[in-house]
Ligand binder design. Structure first.
Ligand code: G6P
Ligand code: G6P
Ligand code: BGC
Ligand code: BGC
Length: 922
């Protein structure tokens, strides 16, 4: 008796196992799915195979993911998932994390989903009507079905999928239909700017938070993926430059019978009973709309064989659609006891025993596990393709995900991720959940697409937008340049000079005295008196005055320039009533100088606006001393010449001892940092560190950056006082940024894309747009008004669209600058990290310069990119509040202390001794 029962149970078990075995995919089978998907992705992209490909690879006309420059208020419709939603999306300041959304969900009656096209449109309009107060907003339409797009606002519905089947829609432009229906209502007008698949909306939503997000996945009612593809690979879309998002429509995978080996009888039954038999075969094995149905069919089968529900096939069990994804998710939850599973089944009208519950749970598990694995295999094909596109051995990428199945199911996401990891071992794939659906993404796309100019600008200025990969590449190039500059043999031909400064430590708090600091080379010539006292604690008192340096002096003879400096110094001392004293002077001289000691600085070359003759190759201390002596009305003792970067690092180092990098992003750009002496071939000694003035402005002077320079950069260079030199500086710094924008605007106007083609003499005048204008135009609140003011002054009568387009151009140019600086700074930081041989770098960067200080978004963008490029660092960015003069005084404090000890002649040696003591103190 016992044996008979055991035998029966065993045979029942076997039958169940046999049924479910068809759902268990072996690693080899999954590899095959990945390989086949990969073939279909390629076929979909190729011109000749595209028409017959099962994975359609539809172009979306979305050329880039958001970069934080988007702003405005938009309306978004979101149709095709579980919910139909209407949203108002407000992107406030163009800053990440500043999106506000209001949304309303509407039910979609079945007769509309599957009724006539006419009704479908009317339905949409009725809902829109309720939002008539907002109808003047530009609209982004998330439409979660395959559409053949020929532009961002044109999409012919290829075929309905999931639960939709409204007639007279397939083959027609959905945007047109919506527009016409609106017109027919004759009550309001709407500007439909973009039609967006939900995968694309999701990718954009997530990319807004994480720029590494270049893939969108929906695992919901339906199943689909989009990703950023290289334009040159999309054969049926014109153009080879840049990228475009491709909506794969992978749900159609299998239409050419190539996955029949893994489809089961149940899959075929589900397909046969669906609204679109033969189509969306992969979707029907993987998405929420069908998984429950597959389960139900298996249950019927098992019941027929007396293995479930006491062999009784009830009406309930025969009812299509009773098993929704949410029930599947509940049943599979590990937290539920069997009794609770049983009560869910009973709630569904299925009278079950506890044994039944176990079996049902197993069936659900097998079906959902297969779905997750299949999606994982498909995703592995996509990430591997992207990796190969980019010629990388390893790829790091983020997938933005949405959909009820992914969100609600207890195991789906884990199995999916595990499968991707196994099948694409060379890709590190992160998944982030879209918290706000794809409507936000649709609004972001609308923001970009709203103006015709934007598409043009994005495409046209493509060369000015860099991926993180390109930035990392630039970072690596700059690392090499730094090494060249430091090496004895490579230095003579190096473009990035890596000049020793003979400053060997940041302030240690012991400095004191009364100093004069000259500060020449930025936008202002300034003279300061800096008193550092040491009562209870170190305090600094500063008084300063700005002096004019007229153009004719900057461009005249060197002796005139230094006479002018000496004259201003005389005036300052007079006013300070110290003409009879011989205070030590620190000289911030913001140009590349070769030092052999602290108070000798041979100007290598003028940069920025300066071009006074007879100074290059000369020691500026001597020239200034000569000018002072010639006057004879006061005496001076120039003890130290420092670059502005060094002054800035020292100023900031006064407040934060961890500061070991100084950068300037102003009229010009440059950086210095503390390098290990043993790595500086040009200076004797191995112990301790010395500050190196990189002179990174010259990066690219040997052609290293030709691939990223644009025609505008070349034009700037041609018209500059120093052609062929400071090429990096000319791409990023304040002296050139306004001019870059002007050149772009001229070109756009010439092509009729701005100002109705009007070109005024003012617009054609060099220097008419300054970097401070770029900063004003990019202000979040009054930016557009500023743009209007500035452009009106140029006589071009801008429209509102013109102003928005100009704002966009400014953002691209300034963003490029911040990105490039992030790359070079990133190189310095990684070098510091390697020097210290630490897994994580904690450091402070002192910064100064008008561009960094005045531009409303620059600092934030720079910080963010640096943190992304050098994730293994904690960087504090410290703004130098008091210019670099204070820092120059700190260096001078040293030098003068040394002089007391050693006598003026030997200050260099003295510095080493002093630093030596400092080090031992530590
Ligand atoms: C997002 C989108 C919808 C999309 C849905 C997929 O929330 O906003 O448009 O279709 O995800 O999920 P579902 O599970 O609802 O199909
Ligand atoms: C600091 C220094 C200047 C330096 C300037 C750069 O304030 O004191 O010597 O050249 O920053 O900024 P700017 O934008 O004036 O070129
Ligand atoms: C549609 C896709 C959509 C997916 C997810 C599929 O049925 O064909 O366009 O992205 O469902 O909603
Ligand atoms: C100079 C640097 C200076 C930078 C910032 C560049 O043009 O070559 O020495 O630090 O401008 O002022």
């Amino acid at each position: 008796m016992v044996t008979a029962v055991a035998q029966r149970l065993a045979s029942q078990r076997k039958e169940i196992d046999d049924t479910l075995a068809a759902f268990a995919l072996s690693p080899t089978q999954l590899q095959e799915v990945k390989a086949k998907m990969r073939v279909e992705l390629e076929r979909g992209l190729k011109k000749d195979s595209h028409p017959t490909a099962s994975v359609k690879m539809l172009p979306t006309y979305v050329y880039r993911t958001p970069d934080g420059t988007e702003r405005g208020k938009y309306l978004a419709l979101d149709l095709g998932g579980t919910n139909f939603r209407v949203l108002v999306v407000k992107i406030r300041t163009g800053m990440r994390n500043s999106v506000r959304m209001y949304n309303k969900i509407y039910a979609i009656p079945l007769e509309i989903m599957q009724g006539t096209g006419e009704e479908y449109n009317m339905f949409t309009i009725i809902i829109l009507y309720k939002l008539r107060n907002n109808t003047r907003l530009p609209l982004g339409f998330t439409f979660s079905f395959p559409c053949n797009q020929t532009g961002i606002d044109k999409g012919d519905l290829v075929c309905w999928t999931k639960g939709f089947k409204a007639t007279e829609c397939e083959g027609y432009d959905v945007v047109d239909m919506l527009r016409e229906a609106i017109k027919r209502r004759n009550e309001f007008d709407l500007d439909i700017v973009a039609i967006v698949n939900d995968t694309v909306g999701t990718m954009m939503t997530c990319a807004y938070e994480d720029p590494k997000c270049q893939i969108g996945l929906i695992a919901g009612t339906g199943s689909n993926v989009c990703y950023m593809e290289e334009m040159k690979n999309i054969e049926f879309v014109e153009g080879d430059e840049g990228q475009m998002c491709v909506n794969t429509e992978w749900g159609g995978f299998g239409a050419n019978d190539n996955i029949e080996d893994i489809r089961t009888r149940y899959d075929r039954e589900v397909d046969g009973g669906s609204l679109n038999p033969g189509k969306q075969r992969f979707e029907k094995m993987t998405s929420g709309m069908y998984l429950g149905e597959i389960v139900r069919r298996i249950l019927i089968d098992l019941t027929k064989h007396g293995l479930l529900f006491r062999g009784r096939i009830t009406e309930r069990l025969k009812t299509k659609g009773i098993f929704e994804t949410k029930f599947l998710s509940q049943i599979e939850s590990d937290r539920l006891a069997l009794l609770q599973v049983r009560s869910i089944l009973q709630h569904l009208g299925l009278d079950s025993t506890c044994d039944d519950s176990i079996i049902v749970k197993e069936v659900c598990g097998a079906v959902s596990r297969r779905a997750a694995q299949l999606c994982g295999a498909g995703m592995a094909a996509v990430v591997d393709k992207i990796r190969e596109n980019r010629g990388l051995d390893n790829l790091e990428i983020t997938v933005g995900v949405d959909g009820t199945l992914y969100k609600l199911h207890p195991h789906f996401s884990t199995i999916l991720k595990d499968t991707v990891r196994e099948l694409a071992p060379n890709c590190k794939v992160d998944f982030i959940l879209s918290e706000d659906g794809s409507g936000k993404g649709a609004a972001l796309i609308t923001a970009v697409a709203q103006h015709e100019q934007f598409a043009w600008i994005d495409k046209y200025l493509y060369a000015m937008r860099f991926s993180d990969e390109t930035l990392r590449d630039i970072m690596a190039r700059f690392r090499r340049e730094m090494e060249n500059g430091l090496g004895r043999d490579t230095n003579p031909t190096a473009t990035v000079k890596m000049l020793p400064t003979f400053v060997r430590s940041i302030p240690d708090g012991s400095e004191k005295g009364d100093f004069i600091a000259l500060d020449l080379g930025g936008s202002n010539f300034r003279i300061l008196r800096v008193k550092v006292s040491h009562e209870k604690k170190q305090t600094v008192q500063m008084e300063s005055q700005i002096y004019e340096t007229p153009e004719d002096i900057i461009h005249g003879s060197g002796s005139r320039l230094f006479d002018h400096v000496a004259e201003c110094l005389g005036d300052f001392m007079e006013k300070q009533k110290i003409k009879d004293k011989k205070l030590p002077i620190g000289f911030t001289f913001s140009f590349p100088c070769a030092h052999t000691k602290l108070d000798e600085a041979v100007l290598l070359t003028w940069t920025k606006r300066f071009k006074a003759s007879g100074v290059e190759g000369m020691d500026v201390v001597k020239l200034l001393n000569k000018a002072i002596k010639k006057r004879g009305d006061y005496d001076a003792d120039i003890m130290a010449v420092v670059n502005d970067t060094v002054g800035t690092m020292m100023t900031c180092g006064f407040d934060d001892q961890r500061c070991e990098v100084g950068i300037i992003i102003g009229t010009g750009t440059n950086a210095c940092y503390m390098e290990e002496l043993r790595h500086i071939d040009l200076v004797e000694g191995d112990e301790g560190r010395m500050c190196i003035n990189t002179e990174w402005g010259a990066f690219g002077d040997d052609g290293t950056l030709e691939d990223i320079r644009t025609e505008f950069d070349r034009e700037i260079d041609r018209g500059s006082p120093n052609p062929g030199k400071q090429l990096f500086e000319k791409m990023v710094s304040g002296m050139y940024m306004g001019e870059l924008v002007r050149l772009i605007l001229v070109k756009m106007a010439k092509e009729g894309l701005l100002f109705e083609g009007r070109i005024t003499p003012e617009l054609l005048t060099k220097g008419k747009i300054e970097t401070k204008h770029v900063s004003a135009i990019e202000k979040s609140k009054e930016g557009l008004t500023k743009a209007e003011e500035i452009l009106t002054r140029l006589g071009v009568e801008p429209s509102e669209d013109d102003c928005i387009a100009v704002q966009h151009v400014c953002a691209i140019v300034s963003f490029r600058s911040a990105n490039l600086i992030a790359a070079t700074l990133g190189a310095i930081l990684t070098r510091l990290k390697d020097n210290k041989n630490t897994p994580r770098l904690r450091t402070t960067v002192g910064i100064d310069g008008s561009l960094y200080k005045m531009h409303p978004q620059y600092a934030r963008r720079l910080h963010k990119t640096v943190r992304r490029l050098v994730p293994e660092s904690d960087v504090r960015f410290l703004l130098s509040e008091s210019g670099s003069g204070k820092g120059a005084a700190m260096v001078t404090a040293w030098a003068s202390r040394l002089t007391e000890i050693m006598g003026a002649e030997n200050s260099v040696l003295g510095i080493f001794i002093l630093i030596g003591t400092y080090y031992f103190k530590l």
